[in-house]
Design a protein. Structure first.
Length: 311
């Protein structure tokens, strides 16, 4: 009689684990990290369906079904923060997605090796600064007595309080995000450019192709798969505007245009002690992000005949 497929698979799995035991051992810290800090806290999602009380705990608190989700959808504040979050993320995507690509193309054309390394270090540096430091820089530049207003005063121009004006807040968020992260985004694109076959450029030079034409017909098409992958991943964060950045830059004067899901959850959930309600908002945020990733990946596969999707 033949061996049972299940038993054969089990034996093969055991042999594989024994053979590569040191590799699996190296994987354990990463697996433990995700189990403890990613999957473990999902148990707390239960409080979205309960009126959570500290004294009764998660399981002891009374169940209320979808009460908090219905409250969320009937709240005017919810739709305001949804609009703010989507607008800020769309602005970021529109103005910061292509910045690393352009910066990478410029850096790739620098032929002096030492000068190129200095430039790369300069553009990478803002990424390593915390948002507290970056926020302090922008508050110093754009404050009532900041450097920008000092320059405007010398020119006899109006000196608005930039950080207190709702009409300027989203632009400041996009600008600060662009300054901080554009340089760091070039790492992936420069790595992708280094993998392009040099013979393609040599053939193009022989054919009399100019530099801009080489970029258009060789470099950019080679970057398309990477760009699509990063775009799909960023779409999944459409409802995550970034707590640290917004929290450092905003103030009560700009809550109307600057309050996003993460800051709203912090103010209402932690400071207002509405844990169940804000957990429901967090579940909604994660679910929409998951659906956006699935939808954008499926659309990419359909438009590219399955060539550029993540899976």
């Amino acid at each position: 009689m033949g061996r049972c497929p299940t038993a054969w698979s089990d034996n093969r799995l055991i042999r594989n684990v024994v053979q590569y035991r040191w590799i699996y051992l190296m994987m354990l810290p990463g697996i433990a990290y995700f189990l403890v800090f990613k999957y473990g806290p999902m148990y707390g999602l239960l409080i979205a369906f309960k009126d959570f009380q500290f004294t009764k705990g998660i399981l002891g608190s009374p169940s209320v079904g979808f009460k908090h989700f219905l409250t969320m959808f009937h709240s005017s504040s919810f739709f305001n923060i949804l609009r703010n979050t989507v607008l800020i993320q769309v602005y970021k995507l529109a103005f910061t997605f292509f910045a690393p690509v352009i910066l990478s193309l410029m850096l790739n054309e620098v032929r002096h090796t030492r000068f190129k390394k200095v430039l790369q270090t300069i553009v990478y540096l803002p990424h390593f600064l915390s948002w507290v430091i970056v926020g302090g820089i922008f508050l110093t530049l754009l404050g009532p007595r900041g450097d920008l207003n000092a320059a405007l005063a010398l020119l006899g121009l109006p000196t608005p309080n930039w950080m207190m004006e709702p009409r300027y807040f989203r632009s400041i968020v996009v600008l600060s995000s662009l300054w901080k992260e554009a340089g760091w985004g070039t790492i992936i694109y420069l790595a992708a450019m280094s993998a392009i076959d040099p013979s393609l450029y040599e053939a193009a030079t022989v054919d009399g192709t100019r530099k801009l034409q080489s970029i258009r017909y060789i470099t950019l098409p080679s970057l398309v798969p990477v760009m699509i992958m990063l775009f799909i991943l960023q779409i999944g964060h459409l409802l995550e505007a970034g707590f640290e950045q917004i929290f450092v830059l905003y103030n009560p004067m700009v809550y109307e245009v600057g309050d996003v899901f993460s800051t709203y959850i912090y103010r209402i959930g932690l400071q207002g002690m509405q844990f169940s309600y804000t957990t429901a908002i967090g579940i909604f945020e994660s679910l929409i992000g998951f659906l956006l990733v699935l939808g954008s990946n499926r659309l990419t596969n359909r438009l590219s005949n399955g060539e550029f999707g993540l899976w």
